[in-house]
Write a protein that binds this ligand. Structure first.
Ligand code: ADP
Length: 525
């Protein structure tokens, strides 16, 4: 017993933490303090007995608060306090203390341990500052990338537009081949730019997912229809199967879900030379209205070697170096898909056999909405889109189009493309002029650049829509913008625009969107 008592004393004397006992009465006088406590506060062993606990707190309110807490709860844990040393210097300490009854006197006392954490806090604040600085730098990088994308896309619009127009002229085979190569390179450059932009935004946490109700069946349907053209060109069959238990209406971010599926199907088509690509959607119900959706995209393509499968989702990774030479690409698509799937509380994996094919499977968790009684006939049907969508005869209507675009080069390209179709074009250079023109004349459609001086395209559209509340008319407005982010598309639609064309203009998509919006039958490509 005596032995352990001595050991205890030795321990308390040697410890670097300040150990103390104070009386709980109004004097709050020191009853015991170990050498470390005295050192920490800069008092001698004798002087400390004259010090009141209250006096060493920098802030007496803090002292009162802690005493109340100790009295009522019996203890305080890891409280950060500011203590005034004997020489007036203030240090930051952590305090752990407990209410006890002194064995000798039977009085209530406070036993506690204090540790000087001034250096810890300085280091922590340094880290915090560094974190804030890093976050600011990262967001500046994202901003820079977004702006740069706009600046790069605008001249690219001219390059691709002019190539498209020239490719439509009478050319020798050699001239055509040269221009086709230039066009392919320009398209690739644009894809690369979009991917870099996307990954940087995902990585900097700039992408926020939406939670909006959408029709999942329609999404699958339109992706299959849209990509069947590409599959057909390669003589590959593209099939989609949505299991009957999959809810039609779900709540989530349809734009990002589309992006994931399109990316995987595009890859599947790209790396397949014969056979088919199949999209399967299945559902399992979780708690309440939650549904776990599993999408599998399988192909009969070149497959991915086992040793490459683990790294295939990393940024800038391709199965092997020859892939870039043969198929192009950047190795960013799957990294973006993985990040987006994870943001949707899901995971993605791959099953693949070299030479036989690959299946990419991802699951996400969404909220399902009860079906509002839409016809189920096609819902239970297997969707198979092999043929290119039917093409009808030339639309005969001459459209009267208002083009609002401030960049002379972009204006020239759009006018040329529109006039090629035999349509009439009126051009203006800013949103205000567009609003004025729409008020004065009747147009079938407005093509509206988004970034314009005086009044931008979004504000102009809002003004047009505001006036239409009185006139009860609706003029289709199609946005044309070099900003290619999904949020930008949403901003346009929210402002009341009917559709969105991203620049550089792809001639076929340009015509297709216009014809779709004004209800003309689609012309043959
Ligand atoms: P990219 O296709 O632009 O190179 P991705 O990240 O989309 O970038 O794909 C990375 C790599 O994964 C591809 O280069 C390819 O080697 C491999 N890959 C992806 N999808 C498939 C597929 N369906 N079949 C075979 N290989 C694939």
């Amino acid at each position: 017993m005596h032995e352990s008592h001595l050991q205890c004393e030795e321990l308390i004397r040697n410890l670097e933490a300040g150990i103390f006992r104070w009386s709980l009465d109004s004097n709050s006088q020191v009853l015991f303090a170990n050498p470390a406590f005295n050192r920490m506060l800069g008092y001698s062993d004798q002087n400390i007995s004259h010090v009141r606990l209250k006096d060493i707190f920098k802030d007496t309110e803090e002292f009162d608060r802690l005493m109340t807490k100790i009295s009522s709860e019996g203890r305080v844990r890891n409280e950060w306090i500011k203590i005034k040393k004997g020489d007036g210097q203030v240090i930051e300490c952590s305090l752990n203390a407990v209410l006890a009854k002194a064995k000798d006197s039977g009085n209530l006392v406070v036993d506690g341990v204090v540790e000087d954490i001034t250096e810890h806090k300085k280091a922590r604040e340094g880290l915090l500052q560094a974190k804030i600085a890093a976050e600011e730098a990262n967001s500046a990088k994202s901003m820079f990338l977004a702006n740069m994308s706009h600046e790069v896309r605008t001249p690219m619009n001219a390059v691709i537009g002019m190539l498209d127009l020239t490719l439509d002229m009478d050319l020798t085979q050699e001239q055509r081949d040269n221009l086709m190569t230039a066009k392919e390179a320009a398209d690739n450059l644009l894809n690369l730019l979009n991917d870099i932009l996307d990954i940087s935004r995902v990585e900097s946490g700039k992408i926020k997912l939406e939670a909006i109700e959408f029709n999942l069946w329609q999404v699958i349907d339109s992706i299959t229809k849209g990509l069947s053209v590409l599959a057909h060109k390669k003589n590959i069959k593209l099939v989609s199967r949505v299991k009957p238990n999959v809810p039609r209406l779900v709540v989530g971010d349809s734009t990002r879900l589309r992006q994931i599926i399109i990316n995987l199907v595009n890859n599947a088509i790209k790396f397949t030379h014969e056979g088919q690509v199949e999209i399967i959607v299945d559902a399992a119900f979780a708690l309440d209205d939650e549904v776990i959706l599993t999408f599998s995209i399988s192909d009969t393509g070149i497959g991915i070697p086992k040793d490459k499968q683990a790294t295939i989702f990393d940024v800038f990774t391709q199965a092997d170096a020859s892939i870039t030479r043969r198929y192009g690409g950047t190795g960013l698509g799957l990294a973006i898909c993985k990040k987006l799937v994870e943001m949707m509380d899901g995971h993605i994996r791959i099953e693949s056999e070299e030479g036989t094919g690959s299946t990419f499977i991802f699951s996400i968790r969404l909220k399902a909405k009860p079906d509002t009684g839409m016809p189920m006939s096609s819902a239970h049907k297997e969707n198979e889109f092999f043929q290119r969508p039917e093409v009808s005869s030339k639309g005969l209507r001459i459209l009267n189009i208002l083009l609002a675009e401030d960049n002379p080069l972009n204006q020239k390209i759009a006018v040329k493309l529109l006039e090629k179709r035999g349509w009439l074009v009126t051009t203006v250079e800013n949103g205000q002029q567009a609003v004025d023109q729409v008020a004065q004349k009747k147009f079938d459609l407005v093509l509206m650049d988004v970034q314009m001086p005086v009044l931008d395209g979004l504000q102009a559209t809002r003004m047009i829509r505001e006036r239409e509340k009185i006139s009860k008319e609706h003029i289709p407005v199609v946005a044309m913008t070099a900003r290619a982010m999904a949020e930008d598309e949403k901003k346009c639609l929210d402002a009341g625009m009917d559709a969105y064309i991203s620049k550089p203009i792809d001639a076929q998509k340009f015509y297709g969107t216009i014809e779709g919006v004004v209800g003309l039958p689609k012309e043959s490509a």
